[in-house]
Ligand binder design. Structure first.
Ligand SMILES: OCN(O)CCCc1ccccc1
Ligand code: NI
Length: 183
């Protein structure tokens, strides 16, 4: 199982690399990788397991964060979060997006960043995305709200982008033009 010791931290070059596409259908190893990523996210949201294994909770994790430079990440929102999304995205792409932006009023964090970096992270409010699931089946879906934010955060990891790259250095809490705040 993936533990915090397996997660690389800012400064590690892999976090700044553009990750490689995976072959479809997935090899057994790539399929296992996807399952492990999703399991980490689920474990990190389980009170007992996060306590037992000292896991930092997250709604997603991308392969580059465990030093595997491949275009695959997992997202999981448990039922009580009110969001209904649990997926492993392979070779994901944003195919279209709203003009309107959105940002989390609490800012963002990252499992690979052991410090708090305050500021609004402007992202697209609504996105249409596509990719492949673990069975190699293509998916296409529209996302908004926290799932849309999370998808963009994870996709950034596949392109070597960290959430704080988007924060306005001169005024981190500058109100974002044409944007909605998500609480
Ligand atoms: O890349 C995964 N990550 O580091 C953990 C969760 C990241 C995150 C996702 C959505 C909103 C804020 C922060
Ligand atoms: Ni992250």
């Amino acid at each position: 199982m993936i533990l915090m010791k397996d997660i690389i931290r800012e400064g590690h070059p892999t976090l700044r690399q553009k990750a490689q596409e995976l072959q479809i259908p997935l090899s057994a190893d790539d399929r296992k990788l996807g399952e492990e990523l999703l399991q980490y996210v689920k474990n990190s949201q389980d009170d007992e397991l996060m306590e037992k294994y000292d896991l930092r909770p997250g709604v997603g994790i991308a392969a580059p964060q465990i030093n595997v430079s491949k275009r695959i990440f997992a997202l999981h929102f448990d039922e009580q979060s009110g969001e209904n999304l649990s997926l492993v995205a392979v070779n994901p792409k944003i195919v279209s997006h709203s003009v309107e932006k959105a940002y989390l009023s609490s800012g963002e964090g990252c499992l690979s960043v052991d410090r708090s970096v305050p500021g609004y992270v402007p992202r697209y409010a609504r996105i249409t995305v596509k990719g492949f699931d673990l069975d190699g089946k293509e998916f296409k879906m529209r996302l908004k709200g926290l799932p849309a934010i999370a998808f963009q955060h994870e996709l950034d990891h596949l392109n070597g982008i960290m959430f704080y790259d988007h924060i306005n250095p001169k005024d981190p809490f500058h109100e974002v033009e044409n944007a909605v705040a998500i609480d």
